[in-house]
Design a protein. Structure first.
Lengths: 301, 366
């Protein structure tokens, strides 16, 4: 079937002269990709699924014993794990909400005729292009209580951003907002510029005020693309590891990814951590599904 | 709904290009004004200036005697129907019509009654729960008109509201707009490039060309007494014949010779009173005033048919006299085909004369 729908190889082409057929070229392109996916994605996924039902520890030579659902039962009954989830949820909400407010706001500001619009947009996108680790290290310096520029600029004296257990999570979230607001801004800008100008004219004629126009015209029409930005950012924030790990080591900033890392590579509970990873995976898939359902509802016009 | 609109000496530039020039117009209450002109003549810009979507550089716009040129469109209380409909795509028909009322926080029960009443008038009651994307072009336009009418604005502006519809629907919507106007009586300014729409809808037609007002008047006046060559050729279909002429005299009357022809049509002296014989003059004559005959009668000139357009109810026949071609309107099947010899006369009563240089009408035909 496939060969029928495929365009025939030109018999004069260089590939044909080297004795290659349509099928051999197709295989040349597809097989490496499939092999790569199997070796690095599918196999580890299944292998870790198996380990999640065992008491395997990668640090010993002891053989893995089948324990059934014991790992899952233990994890879901562990109050500390639920604390990790609560911290993560708080972080996701603060950070994604902050990114949407800042990113969408900046997009609204940029969505008009201003000089150097392209340059300003490009400059605003820079934080997003930096490495997470570099951002974490720099913000650690910016937050520094004794010589950090943030305390100096805000006149906060020796305020402990990252060592204060109540503040540390928010400090990390602020860094994340700084880094990823441009992403929301970029998508919002695309959405905003796609709203037809004549709708704003019609709204002005219909005597709608600026706030009414924003909530009844702008926001509903940008909602689908804004939803996509929120889906991406939620998934990313859910698995935040590097920024938080680099910036602070407070128990109040121990998000699931950090807990998972400690469980797997410091405590060497390989089987247990595999089960934990699966729980996280299921949760992320579930949350994303809720968003996608809502997105499809919004897209219905 | 009894609003008078005055435009005083409007000027508007887009860069160095002046798109509205010395525009003066008073629109009476309840009047249906149609602004007619080719695309780019400034009619839409003028309309948008009245609405407040476009600023003006000089002049005054008065609504009910109050200058409004510095007010935002929301403070002018004017409704507008756009050519592109501009319905809110994410709202139902009901929400679209309710939008202007909700925007000004009308009470729910009052709002519901107003929306349903306007839907009933426009015969779209069964569409209220649909989204605009599910509607036909005509229904979309009905919704757009409903949204404009529902809040009983001081005046209605319509920017080619039926230009995007197909011919049959256009005719139907034209009748509907007229019916609505008679019923609601709101002061209306309607922009179009279609002269049939203008003739059939307007109380007065405003003809614009190149940013300038050319003529203002009721449809029949604009048709029968065009003020200049532009109006003469823009209004009426098929287009009025315009021919360069020489005026001579022959036996107690005047003789109109088409350029390149040695014989002329005899016109009574009265028809030419006050027209200079020296300046270059153009004759304007509508196809229905070009009379064809199969036999040589008094005053007729011989001519050859060059083209025939059978239109069912009548034919349009092109005849060649000298170098000039005149278009004549005849009953269908009057001339058999191209290349036939026919006899032509003109109706002096329906002849127009224009100054070739200024384009202005020299005499108003009866």
């Amino acid at each position: 079937m496939t060969t029928l729908t495929m365009t025939r190889l030109d018999p004069q082409s260089r590939a044909a002269r080297r004795g290659m057929s349509d099928i051999s070229i197709r295989n040349l392109f597809i097989i490496p990709t499939i092999l790569f996916l199997i070796i690095f994605n599918i196999f580890p996924l299944l292998y870790s699924l198996y380990y999640s039902f065992t008491d395997f520890r990668a640090s010993t030579n002891a053989p893995a014993n089948w324990v059934g659902l014991a790992n899952y039962r233990e994890l879901l009954n562990d109050p500390f794990i639920w604390t990790n989830f609560a911290i993560t949820a708080k972080y996701v909400i603060v950070s994604v909400a902050g990114q949407v407010i800042v990113g969408f706001g900046v997009a609204m500001l940029l969505n008009r005729d201003i000089p150097f619009k392209g340059l300003i947009t490009t400059l605003l996108l820079l934080p997003m292009m930096l490495s997470m680790a570099v951002v974490g290290l720099f913000w650690k310096l910016l937050y520094d209580p004794s010589f950090g520029i943030i305390n100096y600029a805000l006149g906060l004296g020796r305020f402990e951003w990252l060592s204060d257990p109540d503040m540390a999570l928010y400090a990390v979230a602020i860094t994340d907002i700084w880094m990823w607001s441009p992403f929301v801004m970029l998508l919002s800008l695309a959405g905003l510029s796609a709203v037809p100008k004549h709708l704003y004219e019609a709204a002005a004629i219909d005597r709608a005020g600026p706030l009414y126009t924003f909530f009844r015209i702008t926001l509903p029409l940008v909602a689908p693309i804004l939803m996509i930005a929120i889906i991406f950012r939620t998934m990313e924030a859910f698995k935040t590891f590097d920024i938080a790990y680099i910036m602070t080591s407070q128990p109040t900033t121990e998000m699931i990814a950090i807990r998972l890392y400690k469980m797997a590579f410091q405590e060497w509970q390989t089987g247990m951590s595999c089960a934990f990873a699966y729980i996280v995976l299921i949760m992320v898939v579930a949350i994303t599904n809720i968003y996608v359902k809502y997105l499809n509802k919004v897209k219905e016009r | 709904m009894t609003t008078e609109i005055q435009l005083r000496n409007l000027q508007k530039w887009f860069g160095s290009n002046q798109v509205i020039k010395d525009f003066d117009l008073t629109i009476a209450a309840h009047e249906f004004i149609v602004m007619l002109g080719q695309s780019g003549c400034g009619k839409t810009t003028t309309l948008r200036a009245i609405a407040g979507l476009e600023s003006i550089d000089e002049g005054d716009i008065l609504i009910e005697g109050e200058p409004v040129q510095h007010l935002k469109c929301s403070d002018r209380d004017i409704a507008m129907v756009f050519q592109s409909f501009s319905l809110y795509p994410h709202m139902t028909v009901y929400e679209n019509i309710a939008f202007p009322l909700r925007a000004t926080r009308m009470a729910k029960t009052e709002l519901d009654a107003a929306v349903r009443e306007i839907a009933r008038v426009l015969q779209i009651s069964d569409l209220l729960d649909k989204k605009p994307s599910a509607l036909s072009g005509g229904d979309m336009q009905r919704v757009a008109i409903g949204r404009a009418l529902v809040r009983q604005p001081k005046a209605m502006l319509m920017d080619e509201p039926i230009g995007a519809l197909d011919a049959k629907l256009r005719e139907q919507m034209r009748a509907e707009i007229k019916r609505l106007h008679i019923k609601q009586g709101s002061t209306t300014v309607y922009v179009t490039h279609d002269q049939v729409e203008a003739m059939s809808l307007a109380d007065r037609i405003v003809i614009m060309h190149d940013g300038k007002l050319q003529q203002v008047g009721p449809p029949e006046e604009v048709y029968l007494h065009p003020a200049n060559l532009f109006v003469a050729q823009f209004v009426g279909s098929p287009v009025m014949n315009i021919a360069d002429i020489d005026i001579g005299s022959a036996g107690g009357g005047a003789e109109i010779r088409l350029a390149g022809s040695d014989k002329g049509f005899a016109f009574g002296e009265g028809a030419l009173s006050g027209i200079s014989r020296d300046a270059p003059v153009a004759l304007g004559i509508r196809p229905e005033a070009v009379l064809l005959s199969q036999s040589n009668a008094k005053g007729h000139l011989p001519a050859v048919t060059t083209n025939i357009e059978p239109l069912g109810s009548h034919d349009i026949v092109d005849v060649k006299i000298g170098d000039q071609t005149l278009r004549a309107r005849t009953e269908s099947g009057f001339v058999g085909g191209e290349g036939q010899e026919v006899w032509v006369n003109l109706d002096p009563e329906q002849a127009h004369f224009f100054d070739r240089e200024s384009g202005l009408s020299l005499r108003k035909a009866g």
